[in-house]
Design a protein around this ligand. Structure first.
Ligand code: URA
Length: 268
């Protein structure tokens, strides 16, 4: 295979390019003949929730249904029914109102010790987390484990979850509506875990949990308050995401400061 510059391009290069672009899984074993398939207009009709079986010869595409406010309301109602973390996990596993679950392999509910006084909340699972069904197990997670170890903590003494529990395809950022649909679940999860100290890992988590758009660079290092549905106030520390630190290692010292603050608060 050659590129436009005639420099040889290996199959491995092409696959690496796809992986970077977010194409990291084959969906079908056989290629689709797009010329033989349904014209675009008919395909759109085929994905309407009310449509009946596709006409003979037409390809029914597994295009996710766009969620709406009704799904967010349903999520709120379902989350409020959970009286334990186990019940919440079960409710989330059966919740069909978020399109992300159509492409995710697993629900990524939580890892660590739900009894811990420290709870960390990230943005959403990535590829590794989706495969294992556990949060923060990839490269970012390994760095997060080292950060926790620096304050004498591990997954026996911390509880870890994400705002969004299903992997967005290609590791894209969850959309605002996806986040709103998942918000009741993480809020209830925090309420049920009832930690002494909460950490918002990265901008997305801080923005969702604190309902603000302030830059994370300004928020990090400063205690804020997360208020649960029942009105309990929990101190929350926004900090930089380990994925960002992997790209910008010079900022690790800022996170080190944040975690010293967290350690002091836990010991107070
Ligand atoms: N990034 C997150 O925010 N959460 C994970 O679980 C993994 C990576």
């Amino acid at each position: 295979m050659t590129s436009v510059s005639d420099k040889p391009v290996s199959l491995a290069d092409v696959l690496a390019f796809y992986l970077e672009a977010g194409v990291d899984e084959p969906l079908l074993e056989q290629a689709i003949d797009r010329f033989a398939a349904t014209p675009p207009r008919a395909r759109v009709e085929a994905v309407q929730p009310t449509s009946s079986a596709p006409a003979p010869g037409r390809v029914q595409q597994a295009v996710p249904v766009v969620p709406d406010e009704a799904q967010a309301a349903l999520a709120r109602e379902r989350a409020s029914r959970a009286s334990s973390l186990d019940e919440l996990r079960e409710i989330m596993a059966n919740f069909e109102g978020c399109n992300l679950r159509l492409t995710a392999k697993n629900l990524v509910f939580a890892d660590g010790n739900p009894e811990a006084d420290l709870m960390l909340v990230g943005e959403a699972p990535g590829r590794d987390e989706d495969i294992e069904g556990l949060p923060f197990v990839g490269k970012s997670g390994q760095l997060l484990d080292r950060i926790l170890a620096a304050i004498g903590r591990d997954r026996q003494s911390a509880y870890i979850a994400n705002v969004v529990p299903w992997r967005p395809p290609g590791n894209r950022k969850p959309t605002p509506i996806e986040t709103e649909i998942c918000r009741p679940f993480i809020e209830r999860q925090i309420e049920l875990a009832d930690p002494k100290v909460l950490v918002a890992v990265g901008a997305s988590s801080a923005h969702t949990l604190l309902r603000t758009n302030e830059p994370i660079t300004r928020m990090r290092g400063n205690w804020r308050t997360f208020t649960t549905g029942s009105g309990k106030e929990i101190p929350i520390m926004p900090t930089l995401h380990p994925a960002y630190l992997l790209r910008t290692p010079a900022h690790k010292k800022l996170v080190w400061r944040d975690f010293l603050e967290i350690k002091a608060r836990l010991n107070s």
